[in-house]
Design a protein around this ligand. Structure first.
Ligand SMILES: *Cc1c(COP(=O)(O)O)cnc(C)c1O
Length: 426
């Protein structure tokens, strides 16, 4: 079996009978590291970033990688070295950026529930911008800044009420969402922010959802945001930067999201036509930078034929790959060394004690116990969402760079999973 080109996966291909990432056989990675293990292609991340950079030539754009997609320190290091800032959502993520060598001034702090302690830490470090999501947060941030004798740089995250046409759990820009300030009250909230002495209004932000595969929701949201910028500036409040968030989708299963450079060509055409093309912009891509750079390698533990379904039970589970259980998401699953002959229809499932613990349903695979499977498109929202459910240590991670394999996270030991727990004295 040869599949020279796996859709959406320029850095993963069969060479002969071996599935390879860049110049490395994935069967070798599984043999050396054990399974489950995540492998990420550095070239894939950098080429995803380059697509954005091509779209931004001649423009002023700061790319802030939304690190919740994949927050391994080595991944952050790659993006920091490439000049990226970071979109963070917690003090924990802030600490990771610093540990990876990121610059505080290029950090955007998003999220609906920032605590006072988190605000204080971020202010003391001098982060670039707080993307404020409510009036209550505005007031508290002002208090915290005043208590430190500082001015907090703020953008308001506005909710453009645009349907990104994605899964409801990852749609964030509609009226019923917990995120952002309603479009209708945004001007009023900006006027309030401008009065508060602990705040400096620097920008405006929107982020409408994730795994967006069409340009239209972006174009619509952009129109809505630009209308607001005009109103806010007419009220005497300058907007120094416009942040369009993240959300661009990837090809999981024949999805056809616009390429980043093509999308931005369209968006800049609109910005130019409205006279905003030379402003300072920010974007916060996550999934589109790392999603298709990663695979999870997992060994088949047992084949379990059944009356209604055949199960292929693998050693990765919903605690490693939570997207199918959470969003009914699809991940392509391929054998790393395919066998000759016909496959059979199987459900690929993990060992966790939940019926929701499935990785792929109704897949045609020709596999036996002991074979290694690659779960594709596992670079985003997999390891970063992983847990210890069923007291399973988290997987190891490697970074592949040409023919080199760098271990970027050791497999978590069982002992590590209960560090910090205490027996009660009898
Ligand atoms: C999650 C998130 C992103 C990144 O979304 P992707 O779909 O991974 O690109 C960007 N901005 C904010 C505020 C987010 O919450």
């Amino acid at each position: 079996m040869t599949a020279p080109n796996i859709p959406g996966q320029p850095h993963i291909a069969y060479q002969g009978n071996n599935l390879c990432m860049e110049g490395v056989k994935l069967s070798d990675v599984a043999a050396q590291m054990g399974t489950p293990v995540f492998a990420y292609s550095k070239a894939s991340m950098l080429s995803a970033l380059a697509a954005y950079q091509r779209g931004f030539e001649g423009r002023k754009v700061q790319i802030c990688y939304a690190m919740k997609a994949n927050s391994n320190l080595a991944v952050l290091q790659i993006f920091a070295k490439a000049g990226c800032g970071f979109d963070i959502v917690s003090a924990g993520e802030l600490a990771r950026v610093l540990a990876a060598g990121g610059e505080p001034s290029k950090i955007i702090f998003s999220g609906v529930g920032k605590t006072r302690a988190e605000m204080k830490q971020a202010l003391e470090l001098g982060i670039g911008c707080f993307n404020v999501e409510s009036e209550a947060e505005l007031e508290v941030l002002n208090e915290v800044a005043l208590s430190l004798g500082k001015k907090a740089p703020v953008s308001l995250r506005v909710n453009p009420n645009v349907d990104p046409k994605t899964h409801p759990y990852i749609s964030t820009g509609l009226k019923g969402n917990k995120f952002g300030v309603a479009h209708e009250s945004a001007l009023q909230t900006y006027q309030r922010a401008a009065q508060l002495l602990g705040l400096a209004v620097v920008g405006i932000d929107c982020h409408i959802g994730s795994q967006i595969t069409e340009a239209t929701p972006y174009l619509d949201a952009m129109d809505r945001v630009l209308d607001l910028v005009a109103d806010i500036e007419a009220a005497g409040i300058p907007i120094h930067h416009i942040d369009f968030g993240g959300g661009l989708g990837i090809d999981y299963n024949g999805d056809t999201p616009p390429a980043a450079d093509q999308l931005w060509k369209q968006l800049f055409a609109k910005l130019d036509s409205r006279g905003y093309g030379q402003r300072q912009f920010m974007i916060e891509p996550g999934r589109s930078l790392v999603g298709n750079a990663g695979v999870c390698l997992s060994e088949v533990v047992f084949m379990k034929p059944g009356e209604q379904k055949n199960f292929c039970i693998i050693d990765a589970a919903m605690n490693d790959l939570p997207r199918p259980a959470m969003y009914q998401a699809f991940h392509q699953i391929l054998p790393v060394t395919p066998r000759a002959g016909e496959g059979t229809l199987v459900d690929v499932v993990g060992p966790v004690c939940e019926s929701g613990d499935w990785i792929g349903r109704d897949r045609t695979l020709n596999v036996q116990a002991g074979d290694t499977l690659a779960v594709l498109s596992a670079g985003a929202y997999c390891m970063s969402m992983s847990s210890n459910y069923n007291t399973r240590g988290r997987a190891a991670e490697v970074l592949i760079d040409g023919t080199e394999v760098h271990v970027i996270r050791d497999r978590e030991t069982v002992a590590q999973t209960f560090v910090g727990e205490h027996l009660v004295k009898a």
